[in-house]
Design a protein around this ligand. Structure first.
Ligand SMILES: O=C(CO)[C@@H](O)[C@H](O)COP(=O)(O)O
Ligand SMILES: [Fe+2]
Length: 216
């Protein structure tokens, strides 16, 4: 399993401190939620924040783009030092071309589906991605409750992976805590984003241990 703490719930005035903290706790990815105020009703970071973070950690920078027409910004995020760029299938008319752009920029491509989007919407491109991110809340904010109906999509993606020999990791994002992580793990997910569960706690490292223990 891999843990991907989301810095959406970190202290933005102390990003370096909060990234080093989860690094000590055994984080695998740093999950960076990019929001544009159009695709989702919230605004966060752009490529300049990714390039500011790049020199302070060797961890994989997992950029989750919640922006309209992400194809216009792929090269900026690649140059900024992203290791994975994931784009929502709902955010572009040209998902295949956008994934190709990410791969051609030397970055691992991921695709994301909202809770209301079926797996069928991404079946034609599953062979082209290194990561499938299943949103387990509606995107836009941290601290929301897990939507259990999304578990069936994780199972479907795991089955499609086995049946077709696809190589993607299945990542889940939203409402992950010590209980929901078990449900997602049992369904087939292997990368777990957690924001508020880690960063809003008094003892973030203990929370990271609890998440790891929950799936062992
Ligand atoms: O993409 C998003 C929200 O849109 C996430 O990455 C959140 O940051 C998850 O936060 P928690 O639900 O874990 O608090
Ligand atoms: Fe996210």
């Amino acid at each position: 399993m891999k843990l991907a703490p989301s810095i959406l719930s970190a202290d933005f005035a102390n990003l370096e401190r909060d990234i080093k903290l989860v690094e000590r706790g055994g984080a695998d990815y740093i999950h960076i939620d990019v929001m544009d105020g159009h695709f989702v009703p919230n605004i966060t970071f752009g490529p300049n924040v990714v390039s500011a973070i790049r020199p302070i950690t060797k961890l994989t920078l997992d950029c989750h783009l919640m922006i309209e027409n992400p194809e216009n910004y792929i090269n900026d995020f690649a140059k900024a030092g992203a290791d994975i760029i994931s784009v929502h299938v709902e955010s572009t008319r040209h998902i295949h071309r956008t994934l190709q752009m990410i791969r051609n920029a030397g970055v691992k491509p991921g695709v994301v589906i909202n809770p209301g989007t079926p797996v069928a919407a991404i079946e034609p491109i599953l062979n082209d991605v290194d990561l499938v991110l299943v949103m387990t809340v509606n995107p836009g904010f941290g601290g929301q409750s897990f939507i259990p109906e999304t578990l069936d999509k994780i199972r479907q993606l795991e089955q499609l992976k086995k049946d077709n020999g696809y190589h993607y990791e299945i990542e889940v994002d939203g409402g992950i805590n010590e209980k929901t992580i078990q449900l997602c793990h049992d369904a087939g997910a292997s990368v777990f984003v957690a924001g508020s569960y880690i960063y809003s706690a008094d003892a973030p490292l203990k929370r990271m241990d609890q998440l790891k223990e929950a799936v062992q």
